[in-house]
Design a protein around this ligand. Structure first.
Ligand code: DGJ
Length: 727
């Protein structure tokens, strides 16, 4: 619900309020947090009688009692009166860089605002969603900003995107246009960010805010392994279950900044958007620019409460297509089984063994095309290597289909190898800067997706492969960060647009494909999880979480990923031991118990397993088919997080509270360690639940006494399923 009264805007979700007001021609934000039933006269909410501030700009001439340094400006601009980190700056025709946005009107509509050409959260017919557009204008430059908010009442989330319009008769260059920027009137927060590297993505880091700017960012052209466009601000004593937590996420797959500036007056300015580094967007008269969408949520039920809001919103209103709601196939992927060394016979033998375990989809990974027998060539030449696959992809796919399995294929569509026919034919199709030798990454170059002919080449490649319908799944990989980012087209004025135009080009291709091939399941991937973000999730409902498939490492990676993203989005594979990334050996049971919560797959030659392990695989696949509905559509409670505990316990509970799954993992056991009693969450207190062996427990027993976990041995895991007993 959005209420406009007495110059104040009140955006209410079920449990939160976001309040802005017009004051002295400026738009201020006054509050975000737990729902307030009625907004008082806004004078009450303004810090007018705050500390007198010397050397700071006055808001009204001759009145030094109010400074912009004390005001919480919505969408602050550079150089006029608010001298903290701005959300917006532009270089105008006269060389100046100062903007002062003033309030110029508003509009409230039913339904969701959708930023054109960009991925975003959407509303369905019966959702209670309304949108607010606030128009801000700079009288001198005639630059305007439309702040577009959408309020998801039942989901407890607010989305926003900004449209910048050039209403003047001269071009100007946008140098910074963030998606979200607002001030919280307190700064005694901790900040959580998700940081890492290849094979250890999204490790949560928690730090108290200090004065100044603290931010995460990417300048790699992709969201990256290293930092993620997410952060949370939370009470210093907030934990998984209690305390106030704000979460911010950008639905975007390119360069970003996400951070906080804590000022000297206990205000925390939170912001998120496109990274301004090498972003210069020329706006001709009449043109507009739309920022990616930012999502903000607030919960007073701790980090877990915040995560559950993101999870539900993303799995139900960000992911799309037929696979949003149906169980996705269990897959077998040949990458860690064969790497580049395979032929048709080998792939078929892997598929046949997988079929015995009722695995449903055979995915052929890298190395099927051109002359690719290693990491050094052929990207872009998407024709089957007939030395390995004499009957081509079609011939292999038909044989896999004849086994009663679906067939899927790996692609890396955004890349070109220097040693490829594509590069020889079109040497200027890669991102590069004339006169500079492009730096290679994994021996490859990035195609220039800002160019229409390149995007058409990629679309037609997919049309050729997917047109006949024998491919049901595509793993879309992207294996390098971008360097020397420039385009051979557009001249000097276009170069500051390349990073963002690339992402827009990527989204255009993905939008085309998901509309044209609605029954194909796409899985995102980027050297593991370097592009695990909401942008990709709008096109591809699952993303390969990490190249690290070790069960123990995965507990940490999946935990960190789940801070913002749902388990339904995480590709999770069981691989061989010793593990190929860390050489650790874990039991098949634990490997399966870790993967079963995500989108289950296998990435090994099952033909090499002994009978006991193969039986274990069969049980896992069977259990997954029964339980995935709860793992993927239920609520997650992280009862024990792996960091600092050498163990982890997750609870998944179905929306009707009829099924509760408790997954426990011991990373490092200690002989003689005491038992722990882990209290379950969110059950129906008065209901009775029975576990797999028929033992019955009341909901309040499980929530107050708990379940026992024993920490005595390494790599022990258990999955306990409690079902509500019908009385
Ligand atoms: C990186 C991916 O993350 C792996 O799963 C695999 O597909 C390789 N690329 C193939 O080159």
């Amino acid at each position: 619900m959005i209420i406009f009264n007495n110059n104040a805007f009140h955006l209410c979700t079920k449990n939160t309020s976001y309040i802005m007001a017009v004051f002295g021609g400026r738009l201020l934000n006054l509050y975000y947090g737990k729902r307030i039933s009625r907004v008082p006269d806004i004078e009450q909410m303004l810090p007018i009688s705050g500390p007198r501030i010397f050397s700071c700009p006055d808001i009204n001439e001759g009145d030094i009692s109010v400074s912009t340094d004390n005001l919480t400006v919505e969408y602050p601009t550079f150089g006029s009166a608010d001298l903290r980190t701005p959300a917006f700056s532009a270089r105008y025709a006269d060389g100046s860089e100062v903007t002062r946005f003033e309030y110029a009107g508003y509009e409230i509509t039913e339904g969701k605002y959708r930023p054109e050409g960009l991925p975003s959260v959407y509303a369905e017919e019966n959702d209670t969603v309304s949108s607010l557009k606030i128009i801000l204008e700079d009288r001198v430059s005639k630059a305007a900003a439309e702040l577009n908010f959408s309020v998801f009442e039942d989901y407890d989330a607010i989305t926003r995107s900004v449209k910048i319009i050039n209403k003047s008769d001269k071009a100007f260059d946008i140098e910074k246009a963030l998606s979200l920027c607002f001030d919280l009137r307190r700064s005694d927060f901790d900040m959580i960010t998700l940081n890492g590297a290849w094979a250890r993505e999204r490790m949560p880091e928690r730090m108290p805010l200090r004065i100044g700017v603290q931010q995460v960012e990417s300048m790699r052209g992709i969201t990256s392994h290293h930092e993620n466009p997410f952060f949370a601000l939370l009470d210093r004593n907030a934990d998984e279950n209690s305390g106030e937590v704000y979460g911010f996420n950008l639905i975007y797959s390119g360069n970003f900044v996400a951070g906080v500036q804590r000022d000297s007056y206990n205000v925390a300015r939170a912001y998120i958007g496109i990274n301004p580094q090498n972003f210069v967007w020329r706006l001709e008269p009449g043109e507009s620019f739309v920022t990616p969408e930012a999502v903000s949520v607030f919960s007073d039920s701790g980090i877990g409460g915040m995560s559950r809001i993101f999870h539900k919103l993303y799995r139900e209103r960000l992911c799309r297509g037929v696979y949003r709601d149906i169980r996705r196939p269990v897959l077998i992927n040949n990458w860690e089984a064969t790497y580049f060394d395979f032929n048709e016979e080998k792939i078929l033998s892997i598929a046949k063994t997988a079929k015995q375990a009722d695995i449903e989809l055979m995915v052929l990974d890298d190395g099927w095309f051109g002359k690719r027998n290693g990491e050094s060539g052929s990207l872009g030449d998407w024709v089957p290597n007939t030395d390995k696959l004499p009957n081509g992809i079609k011939g292999l796919a038909e044989k896999v289909n004849a086994l009663g399995m679906k067939f899927g294929l790996w692609m890396e569509p955004e890349m070109v190898s220097p040693d490829s026919d594509l590069n020889r034919a079109h040497p200027d199709w890669c991102l590069h800067i004339g006169g500079r030798t492009p730096t290679l990454g994994r021996n490859q170059l990035v195609l220039d997706l800002t160019r229409k002919e390149v995007r058409e080449y990629i679309k037609s490649t997919f049309d050729r492969l997917l047109g006949d319908g024998y491919i049901s799944y595509i793993k879309w990989d992207m294996n390098r960060s971008m360097t020397e980012v420039g385009s051979a087209v557009g001249g000097a004025a276009a170069q500051g647009k390349v990073y963002h135009s690339y992402v827009l080009g990527l989204y255009e291709i993905m939008e085309y494909l998901v509309n044209r091939y609605p029954n194909v399941l796409f899985e995102g991937c980027s050297g593991g999880g370097a592009r695990f973000d909401g942008g990709i999730l709008h096109y591809m409902p699952q993303i390969w979480t990490s190249d690290d498939t070790d069960a123990v490492e995965r507990l940490y990676i999946q935990y960190g990923t789940s801070i913002c993203y749902p388990y339904s989005a995480m590709g999770a594979h069981v691989s061989a031991v010793p593990n190929h990334q860390v050489w650790r050996t874990t039991p098949m049971k634990m490997r399966g118990d870790v993967s079963i919560c995500g989108q289950l797959g296998y990435e090994l030659d099952l033909g090499k397993l002994d009978e006991a392990d193969m039986n274990c695989v069969k049980e896992q696949v069977k259990a997954y088919k029964e339980l995935s509905e709860v793992f993927h559509n239920g609520d997650l409670y992280r009862l024990l997080v792996p960091v600092g505990n050498n163990a982890a316990v997750n609870e998944f509970i179905s929306n009707d509270k009829n099924t509760v799954i408790v997954c426990s993992y011991i990373i490092k056991g200690t002989p003689g360690a005491p038992h722990d009693y882990i209290k379950l969450k969110g059950l129906e207190a008065g209901a009775d639940y029975a576990d797999q062996s028929g033992r019955a427990f009341s909901g309040d027993y499980l929530m107050n006494f708990g379940v026992t976990v024993s920490y005595t041995s390494d790599h022990k895991s258990d999955i306990t399923v409690f079902k509500r007993i019908k009385k």
